[in-house]
Structures are given as C-alpha cells and as structure tokens.
Write a protein of this length. Sequence first.
Length: 116
Amino acid sequence: MADADSCPCLEESQQHTHYQHIRSLGVDETNGRFGDVELWQCKSCGRYWLRYLVEYEHLTASGRYFMGLITLEGVDNLPPEKTIPYLESLDWHFYGGSYFDGKKGKSFSHHIPVDS
C-alpha cells in the first residue's frame, strides 16, 4: 500500500485501472439527468471515492464525471440524488470527460456543472 499522504490519487484523477469498482450506488434522476453514482477505491492507498458520471445522448461532447473523497459511513447515508450537493460541499473534487474537451483536473469550485 502506498503512503496515504503521497498517493497520486490525491493530486489528479487517475486512469480507471488505478481504482477498484466497489459497487453501484444508484442513479440520480434529478432534472432528468440520470447520473450514475458509484463507489470506487484507490488500489494504492485504499481511499474511497464517490464517482458521478452523466452524459446527455442528444448532446455532442456532454459526458462528464466528478469524483470526491468519501467514507464508507458517508456512502451508507447518501442517496443518489444527494451526490451532487455532497460533492459541491467538499473543499475540492476531480472532473473530466468530453464536456471538458477531454481534459481532467482538480477543482476548488463549489459549483458542479452537471445539468445539460
């Protein structure tokens, strides 16, 4: 296991192979967005990540994901429709996808552009 304080998963969003998919947490149907909510775990340090993925099939380059740290206790009390407010409450989160021209990064903004 990597040193928890120096794991690369804290600096930038890693390739999906860096994480283990733990389980699906459901679908957020707020505003008709049908966002997939999943729990992932970093294979290096063991941290848990909440991942939100949404894509609007009728819009080109609309796919986007957002990831933020979460505890297992936090996941148990988080329905899918509360995922975006949870991510917006964090000090920072990761983002990426075709909506961002294929770029990924770390954001300190408390607004998550999830609706089409």
